[in-house]
Design a protein around this ligand. Structure first.
Ligand SMILES: O=P(O)(O)OC[C@@H](O)[C@@H](O)c1c[nH]c2ccccc12
Length: 263
């Protein structure tokens, strides 16, 4: 397994998301570095996919921009390799299962290890199918980061007990995208998960302001923001890195102000 869990040991984690090759290779590399400079603990890099069923319009549009830029799965690895020359910020992939399947589980996990990718979030891989990829991921020292949603119900125990890296707690039903209303039972959901595991939890979906990030970091061990950052990329294009660093710093400050701030 990777050492992703250690990141959460002494402070609340901020995990931002960007889509690879949106709007181009160099800007994505600069965005990853800007996120790291701004205080991200882990960067979630999205591999564009043709049928992103869990994604809202902001990320769907980003995937289309990446496809227009000619993105291939290998491009995403090359972007990470290029970023690695300037930052050692932990990186996880957000990827749909078919991308990994087409590349080949062993080859994909080995390539991840080569690029220093520490974990995979595969939103359309049911817990019951994880055994297909687990041997290759374990061999490569990569965490398969599970998602737990407000409707996971009786499956929470087995998902939590099998988790490594961190657990992605989905804040609300539906698709990714900025929200102002969240599932009201998040505190109970996190408490339920914590009965079964010490693996840290990070809440994502809809969070788009520093105040919301502070609230979520007060409930869980970390917070994930995607669409709000992808929206900056959509608006700022090649000028996004500076704006992204500024936004990241504001979220970092807010997350550190929640309980359990950096010691
Ligand atoms: O965009 P939001 O609402 O801030 O949510 C994070 C999300 O973007 C990122 O974690 C993600 C992007 N695509 C996904 C698909 C499924 C689950 C999570 C994701």
């Amino acid at each position: 397994m990777s050492n992703l869990s250690d990141i959460f040991k002494n402070h609340k984690a901020f995990i931002p998301f960007v889509v690879a090759d949106d709007p181009d290779f160099d800007t994505t590399v600069k965005n990853i570095i800007a996120l790291a400079k701004g205080g991200a603990d882990i960067v979630e890099v999205g591999i564009p996919f043709s049928d992103p069923i869990a994604d809202g319009p902001v990320i769907q549009s980003a995937d289309l921009r990446a496809f227009a830029a000619g993105v291939r799965t290998e491009t995403v690895f090359e972007i990470v390799d290029a970023a690695r020359k300037q930052t050692d910020v932990p990186i996880v992939f957000l990827t749909y299962l078919n991308v990994v399947f087409k590349y080949g589980y062993d080859a994909f996990c080995q390539r991840c290890q080569q690029s220093g990718v520490a974990g995979l979030v595969i939103p359309d891989m049911p817990y019951e199918s994880r055994d297909e990829i687990l041997p290759a991921a374990t061999q490569a020292g990569i965490d398969i980061i599970p998602l737990i949603t407000p409707t996971s119900g009786h499956r929470i125990e087995k998902i939590a007990r099998a988790a490594s890296g961190f657990i992605y707690v989905v804040s609300s039903l539906g698709i990714t995208g900025e929200r102002n209303e969240f599932f009201t039972g998040l505190k109970d959901l996190v408490a339920n998960i914590r009965q079964y595991t010490d693996v840290p939890t990070a809440i994502g979906f809809g969070v788009h302001t520093p105040d919301q990030a502070k609230t979520m970091a007060g409930i869980a061990d970390g917070v994930i923001i995607g669409s709000a950052i992808v929206d900056i990329v959509a608006k700022e294009k090649q000028n996004a890195p500076q704006a992204i660093e500024t936004f990241t710093k504001s979220v970092r400050t807010a997350v550190d102000a929640s309980q359990g701030a950096r010691v």
